[in-house]
Design a protein around this ligand. Structure first.
Ligand SMILES: [Zn+2]
Length: 62
């Protein structure tokens, strides 16, 4: 007898295409001459880059 696989295979997040974390420039330089960036995680996969194969509707992070 066959039984369903217990562990779903992670898939690449369709929203960020695997690039779960992006750095966004704030546009200006600080007093050290550096370009500050904000690190933003993908909201669909919470920065993991993958989503479970099974559709799970989770509430967004507050
Ligand atoms: Zn994502």
């Amino acid at each position: 007898m066959t039984h369903p696989t217990a562990t779903p295979t992670p898939r690449i997040c369709p929203d960020c295409d695997g690039f779960a974390t992006v750095a966004i420039s704030t546009g200006g330089r600080d007093r050290h001459g550096h370009l500050p960036t904000l690190t933003i995680d993908c909201r669909s996969c919470n920065g993991q880059g993958t989503v479970p194969a099974r559709r799970v509707r989770e509430g967004a992070r507050a």
